[in-house]
Design a protein. Structure first.
Length: 372
C-alpha cells in the first residue's frame, strides 16, 4: 500500500529542519563570540612561541600538539566510563527493548552549541600546554640558571635559618610516606589539571566565571610559567649542585630521594631523567626545568579560587590540596618554598586583573544567560 504524504507537510518539515539548523549555528556563533578572547589569546601565544622557536632553535622545537594524543586518550576514556556508568544503565531500565535507539537519541541531546564550545575550550588547554612546554624547553637558550643561590638563601632567611625541606624531612625519611608524597605530587596534580578545567568548561554552575577562568588560566602559563620563569631562571633544590656548584647543600635531600630510585614514580629518577633531556637539548612531554615561580602551585591556587566559587566545602578541599602540593614540592626538592609563595600571590593578581578588565570592557554583559 502506498502512503501519500501531502506536499505541504514535507515542505513544512524541511522548513522546521532548516530553522533548527539555523538556530543551532546562530547560537554556536554567539557562544564562540563570547569566548573569542580565549581563542585569540591562545593564537597570539602560539604565534609568539613559534617566532621564538624559529629565531633561536628551529621550528622543530615548537610542538603545540605534543599533548594532543595524551589528552585525547584521557578524554575518550572518561567519556567511555561516563557512558557506561551514568548514561547506559538508566537507558537499559527505561528502554530494554531498544537500548541502542535510546542511546543514539540521548547522545544527540548532548550535541549542543554549548557542548561544542566546551570541547573547544578543552582543545585550547591542550594547545596552551604544548606551547608552554615548547617555550619552557627553550628558556635555557635565552638565559642561564643564575637565581638558585638567591632563592635558596631567601628560603633559609624566611624559615629561621634552615632550608625548608629540613622541616619536612620526616616525610621523605620513611619509605612509605615518601612513596605517598611522590604519588600524590604526580598523580593528584595531573588529574586535577585535566578534571578541573573540564568541569568549568561544561558545568552550568561555572558559567559566570568561565571566561575569567580560562583567560586567567592561559595568562598564568604565559606570565608565570614562561615570562617570569625566563627572567628568574632557577632549577630547584635537587639541581642546586648542577647549576650553583654547591653539591653539599642539598645532598642530604638527594640521599633520601635516591633510596626510591627504581620504584614507581620515583622523584629521583624523574628528576635525573629531566636533567638528561635538558643536557641534550631534547624536548619531551613534561620536559623543561624551571623552578621559580611554580606552575604546580599557580594552578592549585586557581583551583582554590574556583573551589570557593562552587561552595565553602569545595574551597576548603582545594585549599587543603594547595597546602599538600606546596609541601610535596618542597619535600621532594622540586621547588624552593618561595617559588610557591610567589605563585600564590601572582595567580591571585592575574585573577583580579582579568576580573577588573572584564568589568571595564564587558560591564553590562550577563554571562549567566549563556548557561549550558
Amino acid at each position: 500500500m502506498t502512503i501519500h504524504v501531502p506536499a505541504g507537510l514535507l515542505a513544512s518539515t524541511k522548513k522546521v529542519g532548516a530553522s533548527t539548523q539555523s538556530a543551532f549555528l546562530a547560537e554556536l556563533r554567539e557562544r564562540f563570540t563570547e569566548y573569542r578572547l580565549v581563542f585569540a589569546l591562545t593564537a597570539v601565544y602560539g604565534l609568539a612561541a613559534m617566532a621564538v622557536a624559529l629565531s633561536i632553535a628551529g621550528e622543530q622545537r615548537f610542538a603545540p600538539l605534543s599533548y594532543a594524543p595524551t589528552w585525547l586518550r584521557g578524554g575518550l576514556s572518561f567519556g567511555f566510563l561516563y557512558l557506561m556508568l551514568m548514561i547506559l544503565p538508566p537507558l537499559l531500565r527505561e528502554r530494554p527493548d531498544r537500548p541502542l535507539l535510546a542511546l543514539g537519541l540521548r547522545l544527540k541531546e548532548y550535541l549542543t552549541p554549548a557542548f561544542v564550545v566546551g570541547v573547544s575550550l578543552i582543545a585550547v588547554q591542550v594547545l596552551v600546554m604544548g606551547t608552554f612546554t615548547s617555550v619552557k624547553n627553550m628558556l635555557p637558550q635565552l638565559a642561564p640558571y643564575s637565581w638558585d643561590a638567591y632563592f635558596a638563601n631567601l628560603d633559609a632567611t624566611l624559615h629561621f635559618g634552615a632550608d625548608p625541606w629540613r622541616y619536612l624531612e620526616p616525610l621523605i625519611a620513611n619509605s612509605w610516606s615518601l612513596h605517598a608524597v611522590e604519588s600524590f605530587y604526580f598523580t593528584a596534580w595531573m588529574l586535577a589539571l585535566g578534571i578541573v578545567p573540564a568541569i568549568i568548561a561544561f558545568s552550568p554552575r561555572f558559567v559566570p566565571i568561565r571566561l575569567r577562568f580560562f583567560l586567567t588560566y592561559i595568562l598564568c602559563w604565559i606570565v608565570i610559567g614562561n615570562v617570569l620563569a625566563g627572567i628568574f631562571m632557577s632549577a630547584g633544590p635537587v639541581y642546586f649542585g648542577d647549576v650553583a656548584g654547591d653539591v653539599a647543600r642539598f645532598k642530604p635531600l638527594s640521599d633520601h630521594l635516591v633510596t626510591h630510585s627504581g620504584t614507581f614514580l620515583s622523584a629521583f629518577d624523574i628528576q635525573r631523567s629531566l636533567w638528561f633531556v635538558h643536557e641534550r637539548g631534547m624536548s619531551e612531554l613534561g620536559s623543561g626545568i624551571s623552578a621559580f615561580p611554580s606552575m604546580h602551585i599557580a594552578m592549585a591556587t586557581l583551583w582554590v579560587i574556583v573551589g570557593f566559587h562552587a561552595g565553602r566545602r569545595f574551597g576548603v578541599a582545594a585549599l587543603t590540596f594547595l597546602a599538600a602540593i606546596e609541601t610535596a614540592a618542597v619535600a621532594l626538592g622540586w621547588h624552593y618554598a618561595v617559588d610557591g609563595y610567589a605563585s600564590i600571590v601572582l595567580a591571585f593578581m592575574i585573577w583580579t586583573a582579568v576580573g577588573g578588565a572584564l568589568r571595564v570592557f564587558r560591564p553590562a554583559r550577563d554571562t549567566a544567560a549563556s548557561s549550558i
